[in-house]
Write a protein that binds this ligand. Structure first.
Ligand code: SAH
Length: 476
């Protein structure tokens, strides 16, 4: 299409189009006269009426106004606020189709960005690890507390790309214990005139409520993030929380075993501050993955989906193919979950993690499980590993390296050192296929070969997908 012709489109214009593809966050993509439009909440196969919101040279964004012909993939969202809420992107898409799309997204990323053919025309994707029941799977929620436009105290979730709170205590993917806990806190705040934080003025007290559940143990942690050092009528809140009726999860009795305050007085989007005060119970909750018991502090990362975590780790274990005696480095190890899971089959495991509290948890977790063949290093993996390598004068070796970075993927310096360490196998666990693909390209350009790829659905109804990859050194 010539540049002049495109002028036929303008902002706020409504048009009819068919959705033919999906973008990386699950948004619908369609074309009108060769011009690409991204439409949130629209699904492949939908014929829709959409209104143009924003136009760029090569593409634009439009709002779904009406579904003229629904896609065969469509289902009724389980959640009444699915469209407003920024949490889920795919509540209108059947679970089967989500899985298909996620698998394809991983294959496409590795093929296009990584330059390594995966999927139909290359290394086959192993079948995606699916949830038995894709609802109420999350073991952690971070709920903002604030005011609606009428000044009413509310809690729920942020709308997409905004800090407007969509009131919701009955989330379709959260653990059912969240609802009574949130309602108890809101009721207490109303009765005792406890204020919620107002971001614009930086006034008010309660910013977020963090709830975490050990699904296997039934232990629950409630952590209030406050813009201050304490809470008024704190004892009242504690006794009400301990009295509130919490539904069972999978026939398992759940109970609040930890109530904490987290102080965050910064003007920031970061949810948690650094300072924790325990108001009741322990500073951590416990959970189990397989036979290993874990203590988890509020500031530590822990996988959000218990049912899938075990499948993810079993896949990592299978790919690591440990015979006993191997040296394993688990980089980005969190509270040592993968390290301890692999330790029983390895000779020695070294974990590296940047959050000091998580490393403390990891060491503690090794101790409570009587696992002795592990050690943990605190610091950025891209700093610690090169330092250790230099200190050893290039003698540092690993048989297996596990990489499980956050969304931004691995630092280039870390990848360089991992390549120098020359492991036989690299197991890459990723929560972002695009950065995974970028890093695979580096590894495969330096003597490694991608052998196996498997996606795992940790985050049903959202656009996110987890992936495990196995790489072999070419000459091994
Ligand atoms: N493997 C763990 C944690 C994975 S999440 C598990 O399965 O539970 C990624 C972890 O990387 C988080 O714990 C985060 O705190 C940590 N992290 C983030 N940046 C890091 C860095 N540069 N170096 C080391 N760890 C980092």
């Amino acid at each position: 299409m010539r540049e002049e012709d495109r002028q036929i489109f303008r902002k706020n214009q409504e048009l009819t189009l068919e959705i033919t593809d999906m973008g990386k966050d699950g948004e619908g993509i369609g074309k009108v006269d060769g011009y690409t439009l991204f439409v949130k909440d629209a699904l492949v196969g939908d014929v829709i009426r959409a209104r143009i919101l924003k136009m760029k040279k090569r593409y634009g964004y439009a709002r779904l106004m009406e579904i003229i012909t629904p896609s065969a993939w469509r289902v009724d969202p389980a959640c009444p606020v699915a469209r407003q809420c920024g949490g889920c992107q795919l509540q209108h898409c059947s679970y089967e189709r989500q899985l298909e799309w996620k698998e394809k997204k991983v294959a496409d990323c590795i093929t296009r960005i990584g330059g390594i053919p995966v999927g139909e025309s290359g290394i086959p994707m192993e079948p995606i690890l699916r949830m038995e029941n894709p609802y109420h799977y999350r073991n952690k929620g971070q709920f903002p507390v604030g005011y609606d436009k009428d000044g009413k105290l509310v809690t729920g979730f942020y709308a997409g790309h905004s800090h407007q709170i969509i009131p919701c205590t009955d989330c379709a993917i959260q653990n059912p214990c969240c609802r009574p806990i949130l309602e108890t806190i809101i009721q207490y705040m109303k009765e005792f005139g406890v204020t919620a934080y107002r971001e614009e003025q930086q006034t008010g007290l309660v910013r977020h409520v963090l709830i975490r559940v050990g699904v296997r143990t039934g232990q629950i942690m409630v952590c209030l993030v406050v813009n201050g050092r304490g809470l008024p009528h704190q004892d009242e809140l504690i006794s009400r929380l301990l009295d509130c009726t919490i539904p069972d999860t999978d026939g398992q009795e759940s109970k609040i075993t930890s109530i904490c305050l987290n102080r965050n007085q910064e003007n920031t989007n970061v949810i948690l501050g650094k300072e924790i005060t325990v108001l009741y119970g322990t500073r951590y909750i416990e959970d189990m993955i397989g036979e290993v018991r874990f203590q988890i502090s509020p500031l530590s990362f822990y996988q959000v989906n218990a049912e899938q975590t075990i499948k993810l780790y079993e896949t990592a274990m299978e790919y690591a193919d440990l015979k006993g005696g191997e040296t394993v480095w688990d980089l980005y190890c969190g509270i040592g979950t993968i390290s301890l899971f692999l330790a029983k089959k390895a000779g020695h495991v070294c974990g590296v993690e940047i959050v000091p509290e998580a490393v403390e948890d990891a060491r503690n977790n090794a101790a409570i499980n009587g696992i002795k063949n592990v050690e943990f290093f605190t610091g950025a993996a891209e700093k610690v590993v090169p330092e250790q390598y230099e200190k050893s004068r290039g003698a540092l070796r690993a048989d297996v390296v596990v990489l499980d970075p956050p969304r931004k993927g691995c630092d280039e310096r870390l990848l360089e050192t991992v390549i120098q360490m020359n492991p036989d196998r690299i197991v890459y666990v990723s929560c972002d296929p695009a950065t995974l693909a970028r890093d695979l390209k580096v590894l495969c350009g330096s003597g490694y070969e991608l052998k196996r790829v498997r996606a795992c659905d940790m985050f049903g109804w959202s656009g996110h997908v987890e992936t495990v990859c196995l790489l072999h050194r070419r000459d091994s």
